[in-house]
Design a binder for this molecule. Structure first.
Ligand SMILES: NC(=O)c1ccc[n+]([C@@H]2O[C@H](COP(=O)([O-])OP(=O)(O)OC[C@H]3O[C@@H](n4cnc5c(N)ncnc54)[C@H](O)[C@@H]3O)[C@@H](O)[C@H]2O)c1
Length: 443
């Protein structure tokens, strides 16, 4: 088979990456790459960053908006399986940059483009792993939305690809970059709470969790539905499983346990310096949304045993009020005090309310610009991002373990080193999502 010089050079670059020397190889060929218009993977302070966007739905608007605040970022190509969503974001990019991006329905057209430096993955969870892994293989950096994937096995494969191809990767848990979360975490790290004994994370969301009860229907015009399903099982089209609502179906996501779990558990685990649970128990079900097509529990409680302390996750869909007067939050009890934290601020006080003052600190839920900024900075410095996949995989795993215990109907003992459940084979069977042909998870 004949190969052009440009193709040969590009292939050499990728092979070098596969051998774990992507950065060195890229540096060595920079001038020639520049002449050929190929991405080098090594960016100077003022170099343009060419971003390819995969998945043009709700969160893509917020994420892309933050990327475009950086004047050096261009977005010349976007991908969605739904024409109407491509049209929406084309308008946004045209307005921000004055040029129209190329719109494609197959993400592999983005992976193929040698001039793309980074990929922003904003697809449903079941479509996080493949675009991310293929982007890493092609020498692109990746900002991937949370949770890392639909399963622990996919997350492990994504982390392995990021390391093998030496890519800068960030999971889109932007709370990690919010200043007031950092203040609260510093407080926990100061030791002032004393010995930690219990953590509670909750999401009582009145606006989330239901899918509706629509009948199966013809695929809407302009939608490549088979590509939307991708590695997930084939099913008739139903609005209830589609845009945004995919969250409440096991084929595509993990319900509120993973959707909001990763945000809240992330902050709790950061405060506790990333411990590993030894045992996980979980209970829950569809107690409120009984006539709804959603599959994931509207009510769920997961209990984690970390050896020295325990953590409780709980959520209610379509529920108001919450706990401690907050619809969502994290509470950390030590033997000297209690800290409570949510998107709007944090407070710390005595264990018993009447025995001291509560100190309140306001905060804003605006970590996304800094989170995107951290990714861009790391693309230039080649350092690890604050939510590098090592952290993202660890946190997503904790959320997935709750669902594994629930779905297998039994508690699980977790062997983090080997990524296996040691005492529950039903849970082990759920470690990796099966893929529908022709899609395959590269492991
Ligand atoms: N960080 C946050 O706070 C936050 C908030 C919301 C959503 N998210 C995450 O972002 C992801 C997307 O959520 P959303 O609410 O934007 O969903 P959405 O349904 O609004 O958007 C997903 C888009 O991906 C497209 N898509 C599906 N398969 C595709 C494919 N193979 N190729 C290209 N495009 C494809 C869909 O057509 C849709 O337009 C989820 O993983 C979710 O957990 C994160």
């Amino acid at each position: 088979m004949s190969m052009t010089r440009r193709g040969f050079l590009a292939k050499s670059l990728v092979s070098a990456g596969a051998a774990g020397v992507a950065t060195t190889a890229a540096r060595a060929v920079t001038p020639l790459n520049a002449v050929l218009g190929l991405s080098t993977g090594v960016l100077g302070a003022n170099d343009k960053i060419r971003l390819g966007l995969i998945g043009c739905g709700g969160i893509a608007h917020a994420d892309l908006g933050c990327f475009l605040k950086h004047k050096e970022v261009e977005c010349p190509i976007i991908c969605d399986v739904d024409d109407s969503r491509i049209a929406d974001l084309t308008g946004v990019i045209e307005k921000a940059r004055g040029t129209k991006p190329e719109g494609v329905k197959d993400f592999r057209r983005i992976i193929d483009r040698k001039d793309i430096d980074a990929v922003l993955v904003c697809t449903p969870d079941h479509w996080h792993a493949l675009p991310t892994i293929h982007a890493c293989q092609a020498g692109k950096d990746v900002y991937c939305e949370k949770p890392l994937a639909t399963s622990i096995g996919e997350g492990a494969a994504m982390l392995a690809a990021a390391r093998k191809y030496d890519r800068v990767v960030q999971m889109g848990t932007q709370w990690r970059s919010g200043p007031h979360y950092a203040e609260a975490v510093d407080y926990v790290h100061s030791g002032k709470l004393g010995k930690i004994r219990q953590i509670r994370c909750w999401a009582y969301l009145h606006w989330a969790g239901d899918a509706g009860n629509t009948p199966d229907a013809p695929v809407p015009d302009g939608v490549d539905y088979d590509m939307w399903l991708g590695p997930a099982p084939k099913r008739p089209f139903n609005e209830a499983r589609f845009h945004f609502k995919f969250r409440w179906f096991w084929d595509y996501a993990g319900g509120l346990m993973t959707d909001w779990g990763v945000h809240l558990l992330n902050i709790a685990m950061w405060a506790l310096k990333y411990p590993t649970p030894k045992m996980v128990n979980c209970t829950g079900g569809k107690y409120k949304l009984v006539d709804d097509l959603s599959e994931t529990p509207d009510t769920q409680v997961a209990m984690y045993d970390f050896g020295d302390y325990s953590l409780i996750w709980e959520h209610h869909s379509r529920a108001g009020a919450g706990l401690e007067g907050r619809e969502h939050g994290i509470a950390i009890w030590g033997d000297k005090g209690k800290l409570i934290l949510d998107a709007h601020g944090w407070e710390v006080g005595p264990i018993q309310a009447e025995k001291g003052e509560v100190e309140k600190h306001e905060g804003k839920n605006d970590g996304r610009p800094a989170h995107v900024g951290n990714f861009i900075d790391c693309m230039r410095s080649r350092e690890r991002c604050v939510e590098d996949f090592e952290v993202g995989h660890r946190i997503s795993t904790i959320a997935h373990l709750g669902n594994l215990a629930l779905r297998s109907g039994r508690s699980i003992q977790w062997d983090a080193k080997n990524g296996r459940v040691t005492d529950n084979d039903d849970a082990n069977k759920l470690l990796t999502a099966p893929y529908r042909a022709p899609w395959k998870l590269p492991v």
